[in-house]
Ligand binder design. Structure first.
Ligand SMILES: [Zn+2]
Length: 240
């Protein structure tokens, strides 16, 4: 079961970008560029090996640790970590922490591996189309040149509705607000109960509309009828 805290991983990336890693080894990447229209990707390094090491620390901050794993191949003051890009990619897949995804489906906290060079970065939100690191300074990222890994287990918002229901319609702007504020971290799925009536029984739904919040297949919150966006947001925040 993956319980990845994306915000913690991103906070780590933002904190230690451009500085040495908190283990004081190697890492000296450029900061994420926060200029509007520029990149929001963190994890730039000067030497091969540093990026995977840095990303191992970012992932650990988010709750996924390869510290002292049998695959770990580099030692720092914090322990043994995976420091090779290919190894990190393979490890995440093999441990079922991640699966391959498209650039367009990337969530904040997911990883971006470059095909044309041995390099990995973490997506820290507000996806744009260029990278800003010492290694790829201001270079436009070609989505065809990257393999994206999605760390599985992000919160899902299921919105069960019916088109005849006025409350269902009234709920839509609230979901749009939610998409705008947390869309980089969560997935919202719209489910028309007229098209899939069997789900009403499957999820024991009594009210239309109903919103369910799931993580790792478990229902953690349920909201019946019209629900304000900030109420949903409050329940989601600890999960991302
Ligand atoms: Zn380290």
């Amino acid at each position: 079961m993956v319980d990845y805290n994306r915000k913690s991983a991103i906070r780590y990336a933002n904190t230690y970008c451009k500085r040495t890693c908190d283990c004081n080894q190697h890492y000296d990447g450029a900061p994420p560029d926060t200029t509007p229209g520029q990149t929001q990707l963190g994890g730039g390094e000067q030497e091969a090996g540093d990026c995977a090491h840095f990303l191992s620390h970012c992932l650990e901050a988010g709750g996924i640790s390869n510290r002292n794993d049998s695959n770990s191949d580099g030692q720092c003051s914090k322990g043994k970590y995976i420091v090779t890009v290919q190894k990190l990619h393979k490890w995440l897949i093999e441990k079922k922490f991640a699966n391959e995804t498209n650039w367009s489906d990337l969530k904040a906290g997911d990883l971006i591996f470059f095909k044309s060079r041995s390099h990995v970065m973490i997506h820290i939100g507000q996806k744009k189309f260029s990278g800003h690191t010492n290694y790829s300074n201001g270079v436009t990222i070609d989505p065809n040149d990257v393999e994206c890994l999605h760390i599985i287990g992000e919160p899902l918002v299921f919105y069960f509705y019916a088109s005849w229901s006025p409350t269902s319609k009234r709920q839509i702007p609230e979901l749009n607000t939610l998409q705008n504020s947390l869309g980089e971290y969560i997935s919202i799925k719209y489910i028309d109960l007229q098209e899939q009536p069997q789900l009403k029984e499957q999820y024991s739904l009594k009210v239309i509309p109903t919103i369910l919040i799931l993580k790792n297949g478990r229902i953690l919150h349920q909201f019946e009828g019209f629900t304000n966006a900030n109420i949903i947001e409050k329940s989601l925040n600890p999960l991302i």
